[in-house]
Design a protein around this ligand. Structure first.
Ligand SMILES: [Zn+2]
Length: 94
């Protein structure tokens, strides 16, 4: 379940973990019980793995300006090694 932030007029900010269906514009403060309005903040991106964040950034950048590549990424240009073993000639071919 996601965490939502609220601000009590007396105690200050507090977070509540709620189901999305239960989210309201205000919530009762866990300390004093007064209703506090919901506060909107930046998404919690710092919890993401560094590799995942880089991949998301690259995906976002390439959405309107894709990278130009000269070869299929992840494949080397090396030819498949040819074997000289005579037993390999007897193997079934695809
Ligand atoms: Zn309070």
């Amino acid at each position: 379940m996601p965490t939502y932030s609220y601000r009590c007029p007396v105690c200050g900010p507090f977070d509540l973990v709620r189901r999305m269906a239960e989210v309201a514009g205000a919530a009762d403060c866990p300390d004093c019980g007064r209703a506090g309005p919901r506060v909107w903040g930046a998404p919690a991106l710092r919890g993401l793995d560094d590799r995942l964040r880089r991949a998301l950034d690259a995906g976002e950048r390439s959405a309107d300006r894709p990278d130009v590549v000269g070869a299929v990424p992840g494949r080397s240009r090396k030819a498949t090694p040819v074997t000289r073993d005579p037993r390999h000639a007897k193997l079934p071919r695809p």
